[in-house]
Design a protein around this ligand. Sequence first.
Ligand code: FAD
Ligand code: FES
Length: 285
Amino acid sequence: MALTANTYDEPTLREPMLPRPFRVISKRSETLDTVTLEFEAADDGPPLAFLPGQFTMLYIYGVGEVPVSISGDSNYPERLIHTVRAVGAVTNAICDLTSGDMVGIRGPFGTGWPTTKGKDLVIVAGGIGLAPVRPLIYHALANRDQYFCLGLAYGSRSPSELLYRSELDEWNERSDFNLQMTVDRGDSTWRGSIGVVTPLIPRLRCEAEETVAVICGPEIMMKVVARALNAGGVSRDNIYLSLERNMKCGIGFCGHCQFGADFICKNGPVFPYSAVARRLGIGSL
Ligand SMILES: Cc1cc2nc3c(=O)[nH]c(=O)nc-3n(C[C@H](O)[C@H](O)[C@H](O)COP(=O)(O)OP(=O)(O)OC[C@H]3O[C@@H](n4cnc5c(N)ncnc54)[C@H](O)[C@@H]3O)c2cc1C
Ligand code: FES
């Protein structure tokens, strides 16, 4: 299935600095500090067609604006979904929103995850990093015949910090999707793995030479996982990660997110590992 997204020529991005009004239509707590919000457009504009991996700039009136990945299904762009962890002023204000509240949204912006056909797809996520890869999981499951092996290795600090619990249960039931999970600290309910996410990757049983891998999580985790995947035979060109930096404009104008010769908002946030390894201080491997 061909993926399409807005471009600067399309109506929603003709004025990329002008937020569109969106209304919260549902809210769900994922963990103690993380919520998932669904928004609907409160103007006459089109739905926010997006590619898995893209983000919006989400503006809370009187507080500020932050980049947030779209975590819903790109086949249903009229359902704009964001999962947000409260870490500071703006994200706390987002997590305090309730149904009916209004926000401003610009975007979608940035590059998407690769959706290469005919490959094994390995997805590695840590913590809130599951949110930006969830659209790719939806896409892969909806187009399951385009992939051979398909697996997710997901790590979180504790069982209570796992996102999307009911969906994880559903994915775990599927015979065509290999879900492996680990936590740093278990509790009395946890029967799964304890420790870092890297040892889960071989359990996905994908062929390294045929693998496209995407990684999303804390930067240190992405570096370790990328290095392990590459050491296991996955080409650096076939490993992708999503980088985060402070952003202001989201469209390559202000320079806040500059990362060497790239702007993360415009040339990223998804980059091939081969393009960023040296800049991330991992050397040429
Ligand atoms: C492309 C992109 C996609 C993103 N997608 C999501 C998403 O889907 N869900 C989500 O919850 N967040 C996401 N973020 C991170 C989010 O933008 C930041 O958490 C937010 O900008 C923090 O703003 P604040 O005003 O709440 O906190 P600030 O006051 O700016 O920061 C508060 C504290 O949090 C720390 N902090 C700031 N940013 C981060 C961060 N990214 N990770 C960890 N600590 C941080 C700061 O160092 C500071 O100590 C994304 C960021 C980028 C660049
Ligand atoms: S946020 Fe302005 S250049 Fe990227």
